[in-house]
Design a protein around this ligand. Structure first.
Ligand code: 3EB
Length: 313
């Protein structure tokens, strides 16, 4: 990886939803990834990292340096063997992060609930991802796993966006959920590789990444077929992980300047109801919220919510 050259332009990193296929974003002053998930609300672009400088290329991943993170993204055709595709993608992500510590990974998985030779794509993806982490970090790899989300998309390309820090992040778990990396084998041959939340100090601000959160208690899905009950369980899990990560019970960093949310609903028809209920409860004026329609990693899950909170140091 090259040091950013002083003449390099600063660009905003964006993830643009509603694209026809996964691919590089081209715009003036902007770099990033376009993704094939429908946006349901007014906002279709996520901008977490405002001013970034090109930071070279590593293992086929173009890298950018924002004030606080090394940020990169990469894609891999899902192909006939999602497990191998995920392993290849993750080898590149881990190698490109290099000595930086992974803090957050966003995964977009085509046909996430489809079964390929009897194994659901998400479970195959989890197995490949786990193998890559174990290969890179050794048998203790779970201690280093960052916050993440893993949701469906259309098309045939697996995508990952990551943020990594040169400072040591802290990872947190929800006391009422089994850590995903310890889910029992009934959920797939290798458990999902992520922490429920990651907090890291930047140069001037502190970042809290809350993973995709859904209606799961212990390791079991709750309230299959009941959207309202899943929403309430998801909010309860958000409250619990917020407390565990030291953010109070309402997703708040001291001097909290910015709150970014993504809300994924499996059925577009549930959008209006989700928005009405979340605007009464979780959300506040000034929050930046992206509403997306996506298949979720377990066929029975109907809603998932993630958050990125940025506060004073
Ligand atoms: C869960 O809690 C729901 O595979 O990276 C949430 C966050 C979920 C991240 C991932 C999956 C992932 O198991 C799904």
């Amino acid at each position: 990886m090259n040091a950013a050259s002083p003449t390099a332009e600063t660009r905003a990193i964006e993830v643009a939803f509603g694209a026809r296929a996964a691919g590089e974003l081209h715009g003036s002053g902007t770099v990033g990834l376009a993704l094939p998930l429908p946006a349901l609300g007014e906002i279709s672009r996520e901008r977490l990292f405002g001013a970034a400088r090109p930071a070279g290329e590593s293992h086929g991943v173009r890298l950018f340096a924002s004030e606080d993170f090394l940020v990169g993204w990469t894609t891999e055709p899902i192909g006939a063997c999602p497990r191998l595709s995920a392993e290849k993608l993750y080898r590149r992500v881990i190698a490109a992060a290099g000595t930086h510590r992974l803090c957050r990974i966003w995964n977009y998985v085509p046909g996430i609930n489809a079964a390929e030779r009897g194994l659901e794509t998400y479970r195959a993806f989890s197995a490949g991802r786990s193998a890559a982490f174990e290969e890179a970090y050794g048998p203790d790899f779970a201690r280093r796993l960052p916050a993440a989300s893993g949701v469906g998309c259309s098309g045939g390309v697996l995508s990952a966006v990551f943020a990594a820090s040169d400072r040591e992040p802290r990872h947190f778990e929800n006391p009422e959920q089994v850590p995903a990396y310890r889910y029992p084998p009934e959920h797939g041959p290798k458990p999902p590789s992520f922490a429920r939340a990651t907090v890291v100090a930047g140069a001037r601000r502190t970042w809290a990444f809350i993973s995709g959160t859904a209606a799961i208690k212990g390791h079991v899905s709750v309230a299959a077929g009941d959207f309202g009950a899943q929403l309430r369980c998801t909010l309860d899990n958000l409250r619990l992980i917020s407390g565990a990560a030291g953010l109070g019970s309402s997703l708040e960093l001291p001097g909290g300047a910015e709150r970014h949310f993504k809300v994924y609903v499996r059925r577009a028809g549930d959008f209006a109801r989700a928005r009405a209920e979340l605007e009464r409860g979780l959300l506040r004026p000034g929050d930046r919220v992206i509403w997306l329609q996506a298949e979720l990693c377990r066929a029975e899950l109907e809603i998932e919510i993630e958050a990125t909170l940025i506060g004073a140091r």
